[in-house]
Design a protein around this ligand. Structure first.
Ligand code: PEP
Ligand code: MG
Length: 550
């Protein structure tokens, strides 16, 4: 049985499955079971505080001080007197300790969540997690996961604190059936380099899977249950090759990216969160070629404020120092729906209101983002990239908007870098076909092959039924890519690529031979791609074969 999911951290895991279902049902009030509910609360708190301290110490060693501080925050929240008062008054109203804790943490979370402050909104999530930790003590869940053999853990979602409690030696892979890439747990999974997938379609969580064999293929984004012996042998081989390759790749850290015959390129990284910067550095990314800023919006309950965004972008830029950071403006729409944008339901969302099209309808949202970006621009090497462009009208729209942002910042005496490069994504056939014209108006191109493929071949990129029907290396797309690179170079601008194809070993000879300036891929592929490029002699590449493979 195979299920498809999205990758949080790459790798393979082969092990027995353990399904973890968080126990939600609250204990019925039963005096024989618990005696004094307030005493039970105190017991739960004491035990949770001890475990937060242990988690803090272990996180210090594994994920560093900044992230470990989360557990100190938890400690403060659990000890908070207002929290205790709320629990006590809930108990006095007749609630069990479990309900009293859950309700008290929700009451506090609600009071945080209504504030128009992203920091407090995050704290609202944290306080609920603290409540769950205390309840887990009472329900005995903390003893539930006591790993002592190699395990793939499958759950709907998981609290970050729970993940940190697990024995990493035995935890080989993680599947968050309903989880998402931006949660705390996803961030911790990446930092722990734990092969993890999320958003698994058509999978019903059931404890019936516990004890059965499983494979997490976090290279292709698959969960396999009850693999055949052949599949197991194959995955064992793939996992070993993967480990060997990764070990050998370390020698490419700090080396320039250059082909055998001396063609120089750069390998940048695609990220969706500031917390991935550690991985960018570890894998020696030469810059960030695609920062998917829409994930800031996807992770918020309301439009993120200018200040929140400014601080966020500033942190990314400061972390990256002199290295270029290309921040893509919001690419909301299609499969990335954000409720507070209140977009109407569409029959064909991929062909509907998306990205720059939304920005034209809601210019104040775009203005806020651009203003935050320009304010942050003095803290590093920022470039801005606009997605889904199909016309010069759209280019003129964003240019006018940037002009206004700059005028307003000047008027307000706020410093910004006037030389920030502004480029566009080439991810529609229209943009590729008119790239000669577009090149005269912009500072750089970045080819988004994921969408360029979908729109050129009229092939929904999310439809798994089409996976083996269409070839992502179709020569129609290759022709558009070459045309775009040539037009960029004729106009004296650079052309990079940030779609998934940018790291495809089969296509690298072609991309190097047509002189793409940068390839941008997930952090885990930087060194692999650098190694592959070092083995390519572009003089020997038959470009025609990619454009006309008859
Ligand atoms: C692309 O379309 O290739 C791209 C990089 O953007 P996204 O995958 O975020 O649409
Ligand atoms: Mg795209």
């Amino acid at each position: 049985m195979q299920y498809k999911g999205r990758i949080i951290f790459e790798g393979y895991a082969l092990a027995d499955i353990l399904v973890y279902e968080e126990v939600n049902k609250s204990r019925q009030k039963n005096f024989d079971q618990g005696g004094d509910e307030y005493e039970r609360f105190v017991y739960a708190r004491t035990s949770a505080l001890k475990s937060f301290d242990e988690l803090y110490q272990s996180a210090l060693k594994t994920v560093g001080e900044e992230k470990a501080a989360l557990f100190q925050t938890y400690r403060l929240m659990a000890e908070d007197l207002d929290f205790e008062d709320l629990v006590r008054s809930n108990i006095n109203e007749g609630q069990t300790a479990e309900d009293a804790i859950t309700n008290a943490s929700k009451q506090i979370a609600d009071s945080f969540a209504v504030l128009d402050d992203e920091y407090m909104k995050q704290r609202a999530i944290d306080v609920v997690e603290v409540g769950k930790n205390l309840v887990n003590v009472l329900l005995g869940n903390n003893e539930l996961i006591n790993l002592n053999k190699p395990t793939i853990l499958i759950c709907n979602d998981l609290a970050a604190s729970f993940l940190m409690k697990l024995n990493r030696t035995f935890l080989k892979g993680l599947v968050l059936v309903n989880g998402n890439e931006n949660s705390h747990v996803a961030i911790f999974a990446r930092t722990l380099e734990l092969p993890t997938i999320c958003g698994v379609s058509n999978f019903n969580l059931s404890s019936a899977y516990t004890g059965r064999k499983g494979v997490v293929d976090a290279i292709k984004g698959r969960l396999i249950i009850d693999p055949s012996q052949d599949e197991l042998d194959n995955y064992n081989r793939l996992a070993q090759d993967y480990l060997n390759e990764n070990g050998l790749l370390k020698q490419y850290v700090g080396k320039p990216t250059v082909t055998k015959d001396g063609v120089k390129l750069k390998i940048y990284t695609n990220i969706a969160s500031a917390l991935e910067i550690e991985n960018v550095k570890k894998n020696d990314g030469e810059g960030i070629g695609l920062f998917r800023s829409e994930f800031i919006y996807l992770g918020s309950k309301n439009y993120p404020s200018e200040d929140f965004q400014f601080n966020y972008y500033r942190e990314v830029l400061e972390e990256m120092g002199k290295k270029e950071v290309v921040i893509r403006t919001i690419d909301i729409g299609a499969d990335k729906k954000v409720p507070y944008f209140k977009l109407a339901k569409e029959d064909n969302p991929a062909l509907g209101l998306r990205s720059i099209r939304i920005c034209r309808k809601q210019p104040e949202v775009f203005y806020t983002q651009l203003r935050a970006l320009y304010r942050a621009s003095v803290y590093g090497n920022l470039s801005i990239m606009i997605p889904m462009i199909v016309s010069i009208v759209e280019v003129n729209f964003y240019k006018d908007m940037i002009k206004k942002v700059k005028e307003d910042l000047k008027r307000d005496n706020i410093p910004f870098n006037d030389k920030v490069k502004v480029g566009i994504m080439i991810e529609t056939p229209a943009a590729a076909i008119m790239s000669d014209d577009l090149a005269k108006h912009v500072d750089f191109f970045s080819i988004g092959t994921n969408d360029l493929f979908q729109y050129t071949l009229a092939c929904d990129r999310l439809n798994p039924a089409l996976n083996d029907v269409f070839n992502k290396k179709h020569y129609a797309v290759m022709r558009l890519i070459k045309m775009t690179v040539d037009n960029a170079h004729k106009a004296g601008i650079t052309c990079s690529m940030c779609g998934e194809l940018a790291r495809d070993p089969e296509m690298l000879p072609f991309f190097a031979a047509i002189h793409i300036d940068e390839l941008s891929c997930s952090c885990a592929y930087v060194l692999k791609t650098r190694k592959a490029l070092a083995e390519i002699d572009t003089q020997k590449v038959d470009i025609k074969q990619y454009l006309d493979p008859k």
